[in-house]
Design a protein around this ligand. Structure first.
Ligand code: EPU
Length: 420
């Protein structure tokens, strides 16, 4: 597997272009199952998770033409409404084909995703909602089998806001008979974006981006042409990288309006952030101040930015605290950061970070996407050479991260594994 070799100590300066949002593109790719004809997605990031979803759609019988940043999905002659374990285990978001398949074809057989590195991540809310919509759900040998003659609109109250759960049920409800109300929905910008696409397809969705979403289902939906919003987590990650190196970076296409709590936290730490037309400038003129962070559903501080912000708190002048409330096991970067010289103590979901630490380069490895990004940022500020191994994880969610960073002055290169 490839790794990224970084020689730390370079200040980042220059322009970085933010790509399309992974977590918006994934449900929208699944939404193509809701119609016949050809849908066109623009501003799609070039990522491993997009390839995995494309492979899944092909398995289901769609023709998928990926020419980044565009993806065309065309309905094939036949559909095989089955998502196999081999594909779902590579990417949990694959479970989002369940709602569209059962709504459109009356049946679906989708492998249960199982736990993952950051937590157990059950899908009970997805299944509860589909049952309420009228699907019969059975579990057989690791697969969910859902059948329904025609889904019927109803009210669904989530036990907790779930992003992909909300998206799965929005898509199912778009082809249900009548009106569905989703209460305690996730409010993430990616949910709002899916609402826009379903409206383009002919459904009537209101309230996406708030905690109550209403969906007026249709008998048929039409294909769509849509440009995906910019990736707020990619943008936030580069904001942290710029701040960590004391840099001055202009982020093109950064969705500042979706980054409220991240920007507020960075400003509190002493980072300067200002809008310049369609771009956002990030500067860190002086020392970093410590911070107390607590991850929450949107619009609270995002769990997907927690690992990156922890690196910043390692080099801040004082003691920071970080509380991870969304996933039970999302501190896997901590032991690796400690190996690099960070002073971090964790107790359950609470981390205390004492700064400023003088980070030193090391060989490090992470087993999830955002943890890997945090190790790259640590490498940018560490003294000497850092090798971030298993870049596989990073490639799931960041388009050419080492290229974007070296274009603004980082000494970062991809090292290809000789053994494949
Ligand atoms: N949950 C349940 N039951 C369910 C669904 C969720 O108990 O049926 C729990 C989860 O275990 C978790 C909480 O609810 O404790 C919230 O999880 P959520 O369902 O919102 O997460 P997700 O939809 O699986 C999406 C993103 C994640 C991001 C989370 C939280 C996509 C494809 N994935 O996951 O992104 O961390 O929301 O914002 O949209 C990433 O990009 O690195 C990533 C992990």
């Amino acid at each position: 597997m490839d790794s990224i070799r970084i020689i730390g100590g370079k200040r980042l300066s220059g322009n970085i272009k933010v790509s399309g949002a992974k977590n918006a593109a994934l449900p929208i790719l699944c939404a193509t199952l809701l119609s016949d004809g050809e849908s066109l997605l623009r501003n799609v990031p070039k990522l491993r998770d997009i390839e995995t979803t494309s492979a899944l759609l092909r398995f289901l019988g769609r023709n998928v033409d990926v020419a980044a940043p565009e993806v065309k999905v065309h309905a094939g002659a036949q559909v095989r409404p089955e998502a196999p374990y081999e594909l779902v285990k590579q990417m949990r978001a694959s479970v989002m084909v369940l709602g569209p398949l059962v709504a459109r074809f009356g049946k679906a057989k989708v492998s249960l995703p199982g736990g993952c590195q950051i937590g157990s991540r059950p899908v009970d809310q997805h299944l509860m909602g589909l049952e309420k919509l009228g699907a019969t759900i059975t579990l057989e040998r690791g697969y969910v089998i859902a059948t329904a003659p025609r889904l019927r609109g109803c009210e669904i109250v989530f036990d907790m806001p779930t992003v992909t759960g909300t998206e799965n049920l929005m898509m199912a409800a778009a082809l249900a008979k009548g009106r569905t109300t989703l209460v305690n929905s996730a409010k993430e910008p990616e949910v709002e974006e899916l609402g826009r696409v379903l409206n383009k397809m002919g459904a009537r969705v209101t309230g996406a981006g708030t905690d109550v979403i209403e969906i007026e289902g249709r008998d048929e939906l039409a294909p769509f042409d849509h440009a995906i919003i910019a990736d707020r987590i990619e943008a936030g990650t580069y904001m942290v990288a710029a701040a960590a190196t004391g840099g001055d970076v202009l982020l093109e296409n950064a969705p500042l309006e979706d980054l409220g709590s991240t920007v507020a936290a960075l400003k509190k730490m002493g980072v300067e952030i200002s809008r310049e037309g369609n771009a956002v400038r990030i500067r860190r003129p002086g020392a970093l101040q410590p911070i107390d962070l607590s991850t929450e559903p949107h619009p609270g501080f995002p769990t997907d930015m927690q690992a990156q912000m922890m690196v910043l708190s390692c080099i801040a002048e004082g003691t920071s605290t970080i509380l991870e409330n969304i996933f039970e096991n999302r501190f896997m970067h901590v032991p690796e950061l400690v190996r690099m010289g960070a002073d971090i103590h964790t107790e359950g979901n609470h981390a205390t970070v004492k700064g400023p630490a003088k980070l030193q380069g090391a060989n490090v490895m992470a087993t999830d996407l955002r943890a890997s990004a945090s190790l790259v940022i640590a490498g940018l500020v560490a003294e000497g050479e850092t090798n971030v191994l298993r870049v596989y994880h990073l490639d799931r969610g960041y388009e050419h991260m080492e290229e974007k960073l070296s274009a603004v002055g980082a000494n970062a290169v991809r090292v290809q594994d000789q053994h494949g």
